[in-house]
Design a protein around this ligand. Structure first.
Ligand SMILES: CC(C)(COP(=O)(O)OP(=O)(O)OC[C@H]1O[C@@H](n2cnc3c(N)ncnc32)[C@H](O)[C@@H]1OP(=O)(O)O)[C@@H](O)C(=O)NCCC(=O)NCCS
Length: 242
C-alpha cells in the first residue's frame, strides 16, 4: 500500500485556533485540535476488511465503484487506527450509513462490539482514497477530486459572489473540493441548495468560517495535492458551546 508521502498526514494535523477570535465567532475553550488523515493509492490489503464489509463491497450495484469503496474503507481504518492508537485494523468495523460517513464499531477480543466517539470522513476517486478521523467534538469533512475538473463558466453555479473572491487564493477545483468537504463536515444532504452553504475567508483569503443558512461557525481548511492531478481538501468545524 502506498500512503501519502507528506509526513504531516502520517502523524497528525494540528490546527491552531489562535486567530479565531478575530472572526467574532471564537470556539470557546478550543485551542488545538488533532486530526489524523491518511491517503491510499489502490490498496490491496483485503485482510483489513471484515466479512460483512467484503459482502457490502461485492453487493455494490456498480462494479467499477468497488475498488474506490474498498480504498475508502482501508483509508478510513488507517485513520481510525491512528486516532485511537489501535494496532489491529481488523478490530475496526465500518458500518455503511446511507447519505453519511460510515458508523464506527470496535470489536473486542471476546467478540463484543461497541461504538467509539470519533468523527470520521471518507472520500474516494479513481482507485485512490483519503479519510480523516478525530476524537475532538466537531464536524470533519474530507474530499478528494481530480484537478482541473471545474470550468470557469460553472463557478457561478456553486460559488457565491463572496466565495468567488477566494479564487485569488484557490483554484476553482480547490474551491469545489473545499465546499464538498465542508458539506460533509456539516453533514448536509443532497437537497441543500449550493447557496445555503458558504465558505468564508479572512483578509488573506484563508478559510476561517462556514455559513450554513444563517448560522456562521468558525472553521479551518487545508488543501493538499497528494498525487499529481489530485486535490485533497479537509475542513474542520469545531463544536461551539452555546
Ligand atoms: C455527498 C457528496 C459530498 C459525496 O461526494 P463525492 O465526491 O460524490 O464522493 P466522495 O467519494 O468524496 O464521498 C463519498 C463518501 O462520503 C460520505 N458521505 C456521503 N454522504 C455524506 C454526507 N451527506 N455527509 C457526510 N459524508 C457523506 C460517505 O462515507 C461516502 O463514502 P461511502 O459511501 O464509501 O461510505 C456529494 O455526492 C454530494 O451529494 N454533494 C452534495 C451537493 C454538492 O454537490 N455540493 C458540491 C459543493 S457545493
Amino acid at each position: 500500500m502506498q500512503t501519502f508521502p507528506n509526513p504531516l498526514w502520517r502523524r497528525r494535523l494540528t490546527t491552531s485556533w489562535g486567530a479565531a477570535g478575530r472572526l467574532g465567532v471564537s470556539p470557546r475553550g478550543a485551542s488545538v485540535h488533532r486530526h489524523y488523515a491518511v491517503a491510499v493509492d489502490r490498496p490491496a490489503a483485503d485482510r483489513w476488511l471484515s466479512d460483512s464489509e467484503r459482502q457490502a463491497c461485492a453487493a455494490l450495484p456498480w462494479p467499477e465503484r468497488r475498488p474506490d469503496w474498498r480504498a475508502g474503507r482501508i483509508a478510513a481504518k488507517r485513520a481510525v487506527a491512528r486516532a485511537l492508537g489501535l494496532d489491529d485494523p481488523t478490530r475496526i468495523e465500518l458500518v455503511p450509513v446511507s447519505g453519511g460517513a460510515p458508523q464506527l464499531v470496535l470489536r473486542g477480543d471476546d467478540g463484543s462490539r461497541r461504538s467509539a466517539a470519533l468523527t470520521l470522513s471518507v472520500s474516494h476517486r479513481s482507485g485512490r482514497a483519503a479519510a480523516a478521523a478525530t476524537s475532538d467534538p466537531g464536524g470533519l469533512g474530507i474530499d478528494l477530486e481530480l484537478a482541473d475538473q471545474v470550468q470557469a463558466a460553472h463557478a457561478g453555479y456553486y460559488l457565491s459572489v463572496a466565495e468567488q473572491q477566494l479564487a485569488r487564493r484557490y483554484s476553482l477545483t480547490d474551491l469545489w473540493t473545499l465546499k464538498e468537504a465542508a458539506w460533509k463536515a456539516l453533514r448536509c444532504d443532497d437537497a441543500l441548495p449550493f447557496t445555503a452553504l458558504e465558505l468564508r475567508g479572512d483578509a488573506l483569503g484563508r478559510i476561517r468560517a462556514v455559513r450554513l443558512w444563517g448560522a456562521v461557525r468558525p472553521a479551518r481548511a487545508t488543501v493538499l495535492r497528494p498525487w499529481p492531478g489530485y486535490v485533497l481538501a479537509l475542513v474542520w468545524v469545531p463544536e461551539t458551546k452555546a
